[in-house]
Design a protein around this ligand. Structure first.
Ligand SMILES: [Zn+2]
Length: 290
């Protein structure tokens, strides 16, 4: 599927709705122009609770975008029933989606990948994009990786997302869900895990639902995205807390109560991976209601 077919199908699937605002930004790559989409509930009031969903920043991880394509209407309907507003970035890396590549069509990985949202300044002044194994350690401060004073090069799709986020009502985002798949971990069988922050017990019922359709990868070491031999281990709920400068890390720092990067192993059948995404989105919506 091309990125344009994705956009046309998604627009078609939502064409009967009058309660959405659909915006687009052009991404002028050297090898061609692509469109980044933002679809949001109309009229987000200052008192509204917002769910932020992003899919497909890594272009080869198609389970998120395909889930969104099939269920976008349902997402907005269920959110409306629960009095929740939604900001949806349905296809974070359109050219990578089209070419089946983690990065964009120009192969631009930026300085720290395309999921680059933050930097941390450590106590000794070192700037890092990932606290990794030191995720629980103190640091001096954090800032957006698009902070102009830092002159950090971001891929076009990431830069555009930063621009949109800077005017999104982020202080109202109660939950952020970033949909991924894990094609990096070697020799992994089908299963699911997640990157979360804080007490993972709150996700117990979601994890139990997911376990009915795919194994939860608990107490398992993952090295995905690490440049060296480091690994982090999932807990009893298949969750890892890692401050890796990602979108969910950013929203966690800004104050989102729930911020989750959903991962299914690449070998998980695509329909199952899509269903895992659906359980997360619906489960988190249910938690936002209370
Ligand atoms: Zn990913």
């Amino acid at each position: 599927m091309t990125a344009e077919e994705f956009e046309q199908t998604l627009r078609h699937n939502l064409s009967h709705r009058t309660d959405l605002s659909i915006e687009s930004k052009m991404l002028p790559y050297q090898k061609g122009d692509y469109t980044l989409l933002r679809i949001a509930s109309q009229f987000i009031e200052p008192s509204d609770k917002v769910l932020l969903i992003r899919a497909g920043i890594h272009g080869d991880e198609i389970a998120g975008p395909l889930y969104v394509l099939q269920y976008a209407d349902e997402i907005f309907t269920k959110a409306q029933e629960k009095g929740i507003k939604v900001i949806l970035y349905p296809l974070g890396n359109p050219s990578g989606f089209e070419t089946g590549s983690r990065y964009n069509i120009d192969g631009d990985k930026g300085e720290a990948g395309n999921g680059d949202f933050m930097r941390y300044e450590l106590l000794d002044g070192t700037i890092v994009d990932d606290l990794g194994l030191n995720s629980g350690e103190p640091f001096k401060r954090w800032f957006w990786s698009s902070d102009l004073s830092m002159s950090i090069h971001l891929p076009l799709e990431t830069q555009a997302m930063h621009e949109w986020l800077s005017s999104d009502p982020l202080s109202q985002v109660v939950a952020c869900i970033d949909l991924h798949q894990d094609y990096l971990t070697q020799d992994a069988s089908p299963g699911a895990y997640a990157y979360t922050f804080g007490d993972t017990l709150v996700y117990k019922s979601i994890i139990e639902k997911i376990e009915q359709i795919v194994p939860i990868l608990r107490d398992q070491a993952f090295d995905a995205g690490f440049q060296n031999e480091q690994k982090m281990t999932t807990d009893a709920f298949g969750c890892i807390e890692r401050h890796d400068g990602s979108l969910t890390d950013l929203l966690n720092r800004i104050g989102a109560k729930y911020s989750v990067t959903v991962e299914t192993m690449g070998k998980t059948p695509i329909e199952v991976a899509m269903e895992v995404n659906r359980v997360w989105v619906e489960g988190v919506m249910g938690m936002m209601e209370v």
